[in-house]
Ligand binder design. Structure first.
Ligand code: SF4
Length: 319
């Protein structure tokens, strides 16, 4: 998947524009896990939904397997939806409480034809449901039960099974573990890792927990106020952040990702996306801001192999 200068804006009642995604360009290669990180409201979940065309975009381009899907209508998107699926944060809201799990998981298999364009038989669907239960380590008896009979972690396993039902290539996971207890988080992240290895999946993994992102991601995109400010291989970005915002995020986690990480304080709150600061969007909170930062917007440029940053005065690694 590739996105070019993607923008998603909302017009508010007073005529102001809320720029949730503000000119993002990036690519996700087959078999890769791209972590999307940033504070609440930075636009990462909106970007995830835009990638799958769960919402229309304001401008820019989205290419999936080489095809421009930016303006496809729902009918044209339908066959593509088999290959791109989403796992949502709220595992309970995602599951209809009045229907058995087996029914919920069977629905996409009934709606979408198989690879030869034929409707699946009941026996084929049942066999696939059993496979899905095995993939997410739940007993087949789970298919007969209802969502409220499961724990949060089990419900997220069910949501993952539903996302995998049609054997997608790309899965966008939107904060899939942030509502779970810490002990359960690790199990679900391990499940994502295991499934990625077994099935060769490609993930866009949206999270605010850098420890989770480090565990699962091949590359990381750090978002701030709707834009990607740092992008690169996970170890390079998290161990040697070049953007002061990334450095502040990595230093702020309870157990620093790297001992001795430069401790950069984050000043103030994230500004409103309705009133984005001029120049560098981070300058109102950046301890290194200079005059140029207030007028000249930095763009992503390489700082080292496989690592780009949008900063006029990038950091050169841990202190
Ligand atoms: Fe800070 Fe300036 Fe870099 Fe923006 S461009 S992150 S304000 S040093």
């Amino acid at each position: 998947m590739e996105v070019r200068d993607l923008r998603k804006a909302y017009r508010l009642s007073r005529g102001q524009m809320l720029r949730a995604v503000d000119g993002v360009s990036l690519s996700v290669m087959p078999g890769e896990v791209l972590g999307l990180v940033g504070e609440s409201g930075c636009g990462k979940s909106t970007l995830g939904r835009c990638l799958l065309r769960l919402m229309d975009v304001s401008s820019g381009r989205i290419l999936f397997e080489g095809r421009d899907i930016t303006s496809l209508n729902e009918r044209a998107m339908r066959p593509l939806r088999q290959r791109m699926q989403m796992v949502f944060q709220d595992s309970y809201a995602s599951l209809n409480p009045r229907r058995r799990i087996g029914d919920l998981l069977a629905e996409p298999l009934r709606v979408h034809p198989d690879a030869d364009g034929r409707r699946r038989s009941a026996a084929t669907i049942t066999a696939r449901l059993h496979e899905l239960m095995e993939l997410v380590s739940l007993p087949r008896t789970a298919l007969e039960r209802y969502a409220h009979e499961f724990s949060g972690g089990q419900r997220q396993r069910i949501n993952i099974a539903r996302a995998l039902a049609l054997s997608p290539r790309l899965v966008v996971a939107d904060e899939p573990v942030s509502a779970l207890d810490v002990s359960v988080q690790a199990q679900i992240v391990n499940l994502f890792v295991d499934l990625q290895a077994r099935l060769g999946l490609t993930y866009v993994f949206v999270a605010h927990d850098l420890a989770v992102v480090r565990q699962i991601s091949t590359r990381v995109a750090v978002m701030y106020l709707g834009a990607v400010v740092e992008l690169g291989e996970t170890d390079s970005v998290l161990h040697h952040p070049a953007h002061p915002y990334t450095a502040a995020l990595t230093a702020a986690v309870p157990r620093p990702i790297v001992g001795g990480m430069r401790a950069i304080p984050l000043r103030g709150d994230i500004p409103s996306p309705v009133a984005r600061p001029s120049g560098c969007r981070f300058h109102t909170r950046c301890p290194y801001a200079q005059d140029r930062c207030r007028v000249d917007e930095p763009v992503l440029r390489p700082v080292r192999q496989g690592h780009e940053v949008a900063c006029h005065f990038p950091l050169d690694g841990p202190a």
